[in-house]
Structures are given as structure tokens and as C-alpha cells.
Design a binder for this molecule. Sequence first.
Ligand code: ADP
Ligand code: MG
Length: 424
Amino acid sequence: EYQPGGYHPVHLNDIYTSNLTAYKIIQKLGWGHFATVWLAKNLKTNQFVAIKIVKSSHNYFEAAEDEIKILSILNHDSNDDHHINDSIYNLGKNGVMKLLDHFIISGSNGNHIAIVFEILGENILSVIYKYKKEKLNQLSFSTNSIISNPSLIPINIIKDITKQILLSINYMHHRGIIHTDLKPENILIQYKGLINNKSSFKSTNFLLPLIPLNSKLDDSTTIKIADLGNATYSNLHFTNQIQTRQYRSPEILLKYKSWGASTDLWSIGCLLFELITGDYLFDPHDGINFDKDEDHLAQIIELLGEFPSINYLKDCKLSSKYFNINSKKNEISLKNIKTLKFWKLYDVFIDKYKFDPNDINIKLITDLILKCLRFNLDERYDCKSLLAHPWFDTNPTYNEDILKHLPNIHDDIPGYTSTWDMDD
Ligand code: ADP
Ligand code: MG
């Protein structure tokens, strides 16, 4: 992809200048579909930064311009002060990666936007990999086949991470921004202790150390939402083709009449499952007589134990591509996938991942994930409502009645269920 329109060929020790300062490239930090990301040093202040150098073709260039605009909205306080006393909103403000500078690099493959960020640590996907490796080690050394802690990452750490994600996304949603590409690669850990320690950058060793089992995230460790490269305005969607496959919501798969900020909550549900198990919640594949989207829908239905309602399907452009619907008999089936293996989320945790059926955490997490996985956008819980979920209590208790009646109020989020018209 290092060709015209693609990535810019960056070399260690390269120096790039912006209107503010000059940066020296030190090492590669990561890459994605849009860009390569480099550790660099601001030669004026000696501070370390991350520079995202975006592919040069027109679409990427434009997306980077939007990423800068959206980041600068989120990095600055809103003029609208009705949030001033909203503590949940305020707690999310620092959960979005900080934009420091931006400039253009003209290179052999074209003009690239370079976006300068505060330096953060590894992404959550690499945290997942690390715990997977650790688990494999444990298994190979253990004579006992029963694992005492079936959760991949310790539950208390997952709880902290989830809480911080919900706070940050709640803030974004209230600012009228939808992320649309939430997944482990796009959520980064900030490990404050290492930020200005020069030697720590010399090896790949500046990654977050494995967090000891059963401990909580250190106070110096926070989560930041990154990659606003696909983010969009609640009142103006750039495209309807959003989200990475495994985190894609049914309203996008089926081209429902509308989508909104609630689409991020679907991805958060998928992500939470992945933190616990290390596996994708939905991992669809093409079959001989069905495509990936139909397999995806089948997996969703198998997990939720129900088809979307006929009323919902009436409002989807692609209903008839995937479903046979008999409204009179109130019967729905998939066109090409005839046998469904229903397997409810809670049973998956118990049967497949060997959680203790009496484990209160897993009961509460199941409930929380299912509140993210509602077909009906109005019934899908928003971040702030989920932050009041009993799982986040200091001493959580399981009470079906409380869970069933947990308030789900999101009328203060612009465009939660559909594109919000600015003139409204
Ligand atoms: P893309 O839009 O191409 O997916 P991202 O913005 O997601 O690019 O960045 C790609 C990867 O680079 C991330 O997954 C992360 O691992 C790393 N990265 C991005 N920003 C930073 C940062 N500020 N500090 C450290 N690593 C970063
Ligand atoms: Mg990315």
C-alpha cells in the first residue's frame, strides 16, 4: 500500500515541520486502514507525540480533514452550557484522544495529512492478545484442567475499561458525534507513568505491563477513544456503510430506515463480550448458498433467541433479500439458512466459557450486553443509562426486577435513533 494514493514512506529520523514546530520520527506505533502512526519527538519542546500520516488519495485526505474537525470539536468545551453540572458528561470529556497539531506532507505518493496526537500506549486488541498468550501459558503449565478464572481479562479491569468507554462515548454522543468504528484497535490505554520517560520508548517495552489478576486499573491508567477517522455528525451522516464487520449493527446490515448514535452501543456490546472471552461475539462467514450478511443475521438471531419483529423488518430496505415473511401467519424465516442453532448469551458464557452459573458478574454482564443488542433503536440503552446499571455498583446485586425496569432515557442525545435534523 506504499504507492501513489497510499501510505507515505516514512523513515526513522525523518524530520517533518508544521507551522508550530518540527518533529523527528522515532519508531512505528501502529497502522490501520487509513494511516500509519509513528512515535515522534517535538524538537521544540522535547515532548513525545504520535503522528498519524494518512494515505494520500482524495477520500482519505477528506476523511482526515473531517477527523481534525471532529477532534477539535471534542477537545474543546461546548458553548452550550446546559451540561455544566452534568457530572457524567464532564467525566467523559478527557476520554477522547487529544489533537495537538496537524500539517501536510508532500511526498512521492502524494499529499498526506499528518495529525499529531498526545502519545498513548497500546490498544485494547493488543491487551487482549497479551492475556490470551498468558492464558495459553497457564493452560500448558497447569495439571488442572479447570480454570479458576474463566474471564480472559480480570472482571474488575473489564469493568473499569467498560465504564471509561461508556463515559467517553456518552460525552461524544452528547456533543452530536458518533464514532461508528468502535473496536478494540481503536481504544487505547494511556499509561501516564511512561509518557515522558525517554528510555521507555527505546524498546517496545513501553507497553502496559500485564495487569495483575483481580487488581483494578491503576489510577495512572486511563482509556482513550482513538481513531475518529470514521466519526460522523449526528445531524449529517457521511455514509451508511459504517462499522467493522464484527461490530456492525443490524440496522446497517438490513438498511433500516434510519440509524443514529445508538449504533455505537451495538459495537460496545460486542466489544464487552470480546474483553471477557477473547473471541468475537459475531464472526460471520460466506457459505455455499448464503452470504456473510445473512450468516451475520443468523448469528444475531441465534444469540438473541428471536427474529426481529415484522414491524421492524417492514422498515428495512433489505428485508426481502434475507427473510421470508408471512405477515398473516406472523412467520419469519431466513431465505437460505434454514437450521438455526439457538444459543442464548448466558448459556454461551456458562456452557462454552465455563462461567459459574451462580457468578453474579456474569449474570449482570449478560444483562448489560443484551441491553446493547436491541434491534429496536429506541429500546437500545444509551451510555448514560448503562452507567446506572447495577454491575457498576460497588457491591453489585442481581435483582431481575431492577434490571427489567432500569431507566433508558436518551431524549437528550441528538440523533440517537436517526439523523437529527438541524432545523428541528
Ligand atoms: P486508522 O484510521 O488507520 O485505523 P488509527 O487512528 O486507528 O488509524 O491508528 C492506528 C493504530 O496506531 C492504533 O490502533 C494504535 O495502535 C496506534 N495509535 C494511534 N494513535 C496513537 C497514539 N496517539 N498513541 C499511540 N498509538 C497510537
Ligand atoms: Mg483504527
